[in-house]
Ligand binder design. Structure first.
Ligand code: UT7
Length: 328
């Protein structure tokens, strides 16, 4: 039996203002609005400017979440930033966020689980709060994928975007909003979605640069198939752990990589598409930020409210996957 429950006190999101449309991409690589729309559902994405790093977006999202939570930065005990586009290898992006907010009491670290990072983060926050270690955790998903996108590769450059979302989770004596979290991973799929250069395996060199190893590589078709299977499986496992069925859910918020993936998952779960949240037409795939940005927008649009039962589900590089059942 857990000592405490977890309450979501606030959410916030921040998307950089610059919009890159499919029409803009038509001028950059050999593609078309028609191809991108029918194959992915994406119409436009947000792009951070040259001077903006991931922590800058994260800080803006965090400020909004803190404001809604009616907490001061000093109230936060821990900051977790899920990202694959940290400002630097170190210090962690979470440390830059801590400094930017003035969250002087907070421990801070980054979490690398690619597009599933926010769900992994929920699991960590849940455990730290439920076992009584911390009262207030700021969990952020933030990315500037435009900085690791190969703008000459039409297979990938039409898919990704930048943005950040944040959630403030707090200890409660009442029942927990986080009913269950299910996580999975399979490193055997490492090569299908990968940024090979810049780490200790392939340190930055002229050769890594010439071979464009500092950009995302993806075998889209192969990723697609596993994404559908694993997200549907994760969604079912987390529901089972929560003692719920798909029919109990008010909304599913899936990772926003491809509308066809989302449709396939809904079909597999025999779940109505009208109760699935989609915002990828506006933002594309923002990796670790997708599910929290979508949850924030779903709350602000009134698609979910106090008492609603929803499920977040994500899949990403690694491969990693996960799902969380939440009663707001
Ligand atoms: O966030 C982590 C999870 N990521 C994902 O879940 C992404 C999963 N994958 C996908 O979403 C899809 O596989 C893609 C959108 C990446 C690609 O869609 P697809 O239906 O699997 O297309 P494909 O890769 O099989 O490519 C079909 C054709 C190819 O041409 P040929 O070889 O048949 O002549 C590609 O070269 O479409 C071509 N193509 C493009 N054409 C115009 C690939 N990208 C483009 C493009 N514009 N941007």
């Amino acid at each position: 039996m857990n000592k405490y429950g977890v309450k979501i006190l606030g959410t916030g999101s921040f998307m950089p203002p610059k919009v890159l449309t499919n029409a803009d991409l038509e001028k950059m690589v050999q593609t078309s609005d028609e191809w991108i729309t029918t194959r992915t559902g994406i119409k436009e994405r947000r792009i951070a400017d040259e001077k903006t790093a991931t922590s800058d977006l994260a800080i803006e999202a965090a400020k909004k979440a803190l404001e809604e939570a009616k907490l001061k930065p000093e109230d936060i005990d821990m900051i977790i930033v899920a990202t694959v586009t940290p400002d630097m290898s170190f210090p962690s992006t979470a440390c830059f966020v801590q400094k930017g907010l003035g969250a002087s009491r907070a421990a801070a670290f980054d979490l690398a689980a690619a597009c599933s990072g926010f769900i992994y983060g929920i699991s960590i926050a849940k455990n730290f709060i439920e076992n009584g270690t911390y009262k207030h955790i700021l969990l952020i998903g933030a990315e500037t994928l435009s900085k690791i996108t190969d703008w000459q590769d039409r297979n990938t450059c039409v898919l990704f975007g930048d943005g950040a979302g944040a959630m403030v989770l707090a200890r409660t004596e009442g029942p927990s909003s986080l009913l269950s979290v299910y996580l999975g991973a399979d490193g055997n799929y490492d090569k299908l979605l990968i940024l090979p250069g810049g780490g200790s395996r392939n340190p930055v060199s002229k050769e890594t640069m010439d071979n464009r190893l500092h950009f995302i590589k993806m075998a889209g078709k192969e990723v697609f198939k596993v994404a559908v299977t694993k997200m549907a499986e994760a969604a079912e496992k987390a529901l089972e752990a929560a003692g719920k069925t798909p029919a109990d859910l008010d909304l599913i918020i899936p990772h926003q990589a491809n509308l066809r993936i989302i449709e396939a998952i809904a079909k597999r779960m025999d779940y109505p598409l009208e109760k699935v949240y989609v915002n990828l037409h506006k933002y594309g795939n923002v990796s670790a930020a997708t599910t929290i940005v979508a949850l924030d927008e779903a709350r602000k649009e009134g698609r979910v409210k106090e008492g609603s039962l929803l499920e977040l589900v994500a899949f990403g590089g690694g491969f990693t996957w996960g799902a969380a059942v939440i009663q707001l």
